[in-house]
Write a protein that binds this ligand. Structure first.
Ligand code: MN
Ligand code: MN
Length: 469
């Protein structure tokens, strides 16, 4: 063996997945990403993603967990939590109390939520006040065509689902920005102050009604339209959940179509591949579970977030329906023996901003799915830091199943950071590791991922479900 060969053998090298994939894998990748783009277009909110997940689950023979009294190996069930969080399971042949394999992704994405009293008029224009949700760079949201999605109760007490701005002939909405000619003061501000949160007001109308006794004539016209079309009044907004999201559809990016560009890929890229992974599971040894959660972008809080007791309740119900009973000991045994992939995205190194990543420990678009032992910020704060044993066994499963994977941190040690649901799953006393797709322009209105990484994420979740830990 030459020294060169020995060096090759001794050193760790990452590979661009495109260089390692077979033609049939590339074909499968393209088919997967075609379906993924459709999913992104129909799932722009957590509620819509749950609906899509149910559609896909039902088509694959999943039944509502509440509708069955007992479960046996091979049975497929799902359970919905408040339309924003879904739990899916395929019962394994092994004793469920020996542990389950869980892949968990989040289906909420950064966006602008309407405030509870959003509508106002200024300079003969009607606008909607927003409160941004999650970590956004505020300057990215003006001058982008926007759509309105959400639920609102009409005056008769009916829940209405609203989607405006997605159909070809729908109008869209927009936040205006200052012309460069008059932006001297704005442009000399720090970027964080260039566009303020209180100025992210969405233009919704500008055609006044000639009503003499009414002061706010544009607001009046919009209220009339809203009432005619949806049966709502201004008060209806108080209980509503309305999200403002980019109206842009998912697209292939690049002459070679090697990337997918779309809003909301953090973390619907992992949600979709996790879904596709569990839909492929038939008669697993270990019970396979997928959970799609809400509220990750604001701390996994709330009754539909990863810190909610919902997952534990659903697992308890699963054990009860498999074994006829579930003692606290049964639940404890199951949870502590379980394995979890926190299916969430990582940052891809950006040729435009090479200085924020540390090359040896960064993820690269196209280099396969990213396994992250830890995330966090400021000295590993707010992370679960997976155990060596678990990281090793997950890596081994990936290698044995031909999954191309990489590892990397979010960025340089002192540059910042971020967390995922992993820390909350770890709190339950479960092994968990972050595993997902590297993203460019994360949290922007148009995020970008490499198709090979999407495909390898799907392969990773599939391999995970087939493994026992
Ligand atoms: Mn995420
Ligand atoms: Mn995020």
């Amino acid at each position: 063996m030459t020294d060169k060969e020995l060096m090759e053998e001794l050193s760790y090298k990452r590979n661009n997945a495109y260089l390692k994939m077979t033609e049939s894998e590339k074909k499968e990748m393209n088919e997967l990403c075609d379906g993924y783009r459709v999913f992104l277009n129909s799932g722009k909110t957590e509620r819509e993603c749950v609906k899509e997940a149910v559609k896909m689950a039902k088509a694959s023979g999943f039944l509502e967990l509440d509708s069955v009294d007992s479960l046996k190996p091979g049975d497929k069930v799902y359970k919905i939590n408040r339309e924003k969080n879904i739990f899916m399971a395929v019962i394994g042949t092994d004793d469920i109390c020996n542990g389950v394999n869980i892949a968990g992704a989040h289906i909420d994405s950064p966006r602008l939520d309407l405030k509870q009293n959003p509508l106002y008029e200024s300079m003969d224009m009607a606008l909607l006040k927003t409160h941004y949700y999650g970590g956004i760079k505020k300057y990215q949201w003006p001058t982008v065509p926007l759509a309105i999605h959400g639920v609102i109760y009409d005056t008769d007490g009916n829940k209405r689902e609203i989607v405006i701005g997605e159909k070809e002939d729908d109008p869209v909405f927009v936040i205006t920005d200052l012309l460069p000619h008059l932006a001297k003061d704005q442009m000399s501000k720090k970027m964080i102050d260039g566009v303020e949160g209180e100025n992210l007001n969405v233009l919704i109308g500008g055609m006044p009604i000639d009503a003499e006794e009414v002061n706010e004539k544009v607001k009046f016209s919009i209220l009339k339209l809203l009432n005619q079309r949806y049966g709502i009044t201004e008060k209806s907004f108080i209980s509503a959940e309305i999200e403002i999201v980019p109206a842009q559809k998912a697209k292939n990016v690049g002459l070679d179509e090697s990337f997918v560009g779309a809003y909301g890929q953090d973390d619907r890229v992992c949600a979709y591949t996790t879904l596709r992974g569990i839909l492929d599971v038939d008669m697993p040894k270990t019970t396979s579970i997928a959970i799609l959660v809400d509220k990750e972008e604001i701390g996994s809080c709330g009754n539909t977030g990863a810190q909610s007791a919902f997952m534990m309740m659903a697992i308890t119900e699963l054990i009860e329906k498999v074994n006829g009973k579930c003692s606290l000991t049964d639940l404890n045994r199951t949870i502590s023996a379980s394995a979890c992939m926190s299916s969430d995205v990582s940052a891809a190194s950006d040729p435009n901003f090479p200085s924020v990543t540390e090359a040896n420990n960064a993820c690269y678009a196209g280099y396969g799915v990213a396994l992250m032992k830890y995330t966090g910020a400021r000295g590993k704060s707010e992370t679960s830091d997976a155990n060596a044993e678990f990281v090793y066994s997950i890596g081994k499963v990936m290698d044995e199943n031909g999954v191309i994977w990489q590892t990397g941190e979010l960025g340089k040690v002192d540059q910042g950071g971020g967390g995922t649901i992993a820390q909350y799953v770890a709190n339950l006393n479960m092994n968990v590791i972050d595993c997902g797709v590297p993203v460019l322009s994360m949290h922007s209105p148009f995020e970008v991922v490499a198709k090979s990484d999407v495909y390898m994420a799907y392969r990773a979740y599939k391999a995970f479900y087939a493994a026992s830990f």
